[in-house]
Design a protein. Structure first.
Lengths: 105, 376
């Protein structure tokens, strides 16, 4: 969970004091906070980490990075929904606690 | 070399690998301090493309891995309380505490939620005024601006039912700790690109000067990593020790000023325990005095937490770069992704899990002897 994913800013809105945007990550749209990138406008690409845009980047870099991250299989985990996160956790079976004390439950 | 075909620019990558081999005259150990880079190195087989003398050491680069057991146990205790909505990133669900994990707490009736952004947790607090909403704020400097904004917004809105369980860790003090340890073997570092996108790299020149190691800001894609390694080796061969930026398309010297401004307001530096490593002085952030009211540790007064690590698990040595995952006696035996003893086996970014999942079961020595046996 330390990767920032490139996406395209499709829409910018203000909500309270927050500057938010809808960002498209190769087909998946997420609502993202743009407060840290005041220079970003609609149509720009930015790298986003846990719902926050951190830096503006050029389109070529963005598209190549998206491709590479997809090939590495890291996009899904970074952009997964709550349901997907729990489904993934359910697939990773119970881990015994380090001292074994929860095994008996 | 089977991985090479899996990413574009395979030919350029091979050329860069040859370039690294051409400038390398002796062995060097280079550490990356970012779980995303570790993942990419293993997945793309970058380490196997390097000349024999260049060894990549996987450092304490996963925020999931290094979250101290004590904080996990506190998270479990808070999440199990009635009237609490406990929000976390998905990666934390399966990190084992002393007794179970967040996923099990949910199964036992706890209201555990996975959010994409910490601001989603703030929204939950607005919509559920009768509940206490807690967000598990883990992560390196990359994640900190998001967590800082969540608590900043909560304060601005006067929310009394939102708090943050903070376990932030910082890269520069971790590098200092590794380089201060007697007998360390690290010659150079790749700096985490996305950490530096937030913080810039102004913090690092004093480290390069003090410890006489090259520090190269590096990205995550195969060519980025090879370029970072190449620049690091060139410096090492020339006897130079400078901070260099091999990720210029994302990272500037100053970093993101708006983010750093809010970070300085919301957080203050504190000593932080790293799972498997122990306390590193001034290596983390906690909420500053102005935001202390939003600290979940204070709000919930969790007492009686006593943490115990598995006696078999050597995740601390793995995180320090002292051993490779496969050199731990429990690796692949008592400890697997299905039954992880330490957090390095839990997260997909964890060094042990990455080795396990990509079949790196053998240590360097074992590989060497296996190779020797095969060639006989």
């Amino acid at each position: 969970m330390c990767l920032a994913i490139p996406g395209k800013v499709e829409e910018i809105l203000t909500e309270g004091d927050l500057r938010l945007g809808w960002v498209n990550f190769g087909g998946i749209r997420k609502r993202v906070c743009l407060d840290y990138v005041p220079e970003v406008v609609v149509g720009d690409y930015t790298i986003v980490h846990v719902g926050f845009a951190l830096s503006k980047i050029d389109e070529e870099t963005a598209l190549q990075t998206l491709d590479d991250f997809r090939a590495m299989g890291v996009l899904d985990a970074e952009l997964e929904s709550e349901e997907e996160a729990f489904a993934r956790a359910a697939l990773a079976p119970q881990s015994p606690c380090p001292d074994g004390s929860c095994n008996s439950r | 070399m089977k991985y090479l075909t899996e990413f574009r620019n395979g030919e350029i990558a091979q050329r860069m690998a040859r370039e690294i081999a051409a400038v390398t005259t002796r062995p060097w150990k280079i550490m990356e301090v970012c779980g995303g880079q570790t993942h990419s190195i293993i997945k793309n087989g970058i380490d196997q493309m390097l000349p024999a003398g260049i060894e990549m050491i996987h450092g304490p680069g996963c925020p999931v891995c290094v979250t101290p057991l004590e904080l996990i146990d506190k998270a479990l205790a808070i999440a199990a309380q009635p009237g609490v909505i406990f929000c976390s990133f998905g990666d934390m669900l399966r990190v084992p505490g002393t007794e179970g994990d967040l996923f099990q707490v949910k199964g036992a009736g706890g209201d555990v939620r996975v959010v994409y952004s910490p601001l989603d947790a703030v929204e939950l607090a607005v919509k559920n005024p009768e509940k206490q909403v807690v967000f598990f704020g883990v992560g390196f400097e990359t994640t900190a601006p998001a967590n800082a904004m969540s608590v900043h917004v909560a304060k601005r809105r006067g929310l009394k039912n939102f708090s943050l369980l903070v376990s932030h860790v910082l890269v520069p003090p971790a590098i200092s700790a590794i380089l201060s340890a007697p007998g360390h073997k690290i010659d150079g570092f790749l700096l985490a690109g996305h950490v530096c996108s937030v913080m810039g790299y102004w913090e690092y020149p004093p480290l390069a000067a003090k410890y006489k190691v090259p520090l190269v800001v590096t990205g995550f894609e195969p060519l980025d990593l090879l370029d970072g390694i190449r620049r690091c080796v060139i410096q090492l061969e020339a006897g130079r020790h400078e901070v260099e930026n091999a990720y210029e398309r994302i990272v500037t010297f100053d970093g993101n000023q708006a983010a750093q401004k809010l970070l300085a307001e919301v957080f203050e530096v504190t000593d932080r325990a790293w799972r498997g490593i122990g306390v590193i002085p001034r290596s983390g952030w906690r909420l500053s005095a102005a935001y202390r009211d939003f600290d979940a540790e204070d709000r919930f007064h969790i007492t009686g937490i006593h943490t115990e690590e598995s006696p078999l698990c050597r995740s601390g040595d793995v995180l320090r770069g002292a051993i490779k995952p496969a050199e731990c006696a429990a690796f692949g035996k008592e400890c697997t992704p299905r039954h992880p003893l330490g957090a390095t086996m839990v997260s997909s970014e964890g060094a042990c899990a990455a080795y396990y999942n990509y079949g790196r079961f053998l240590s360097v020595e074992e590989l060497a002897s296996a190779g020797a046996a095969l060639s006989k």
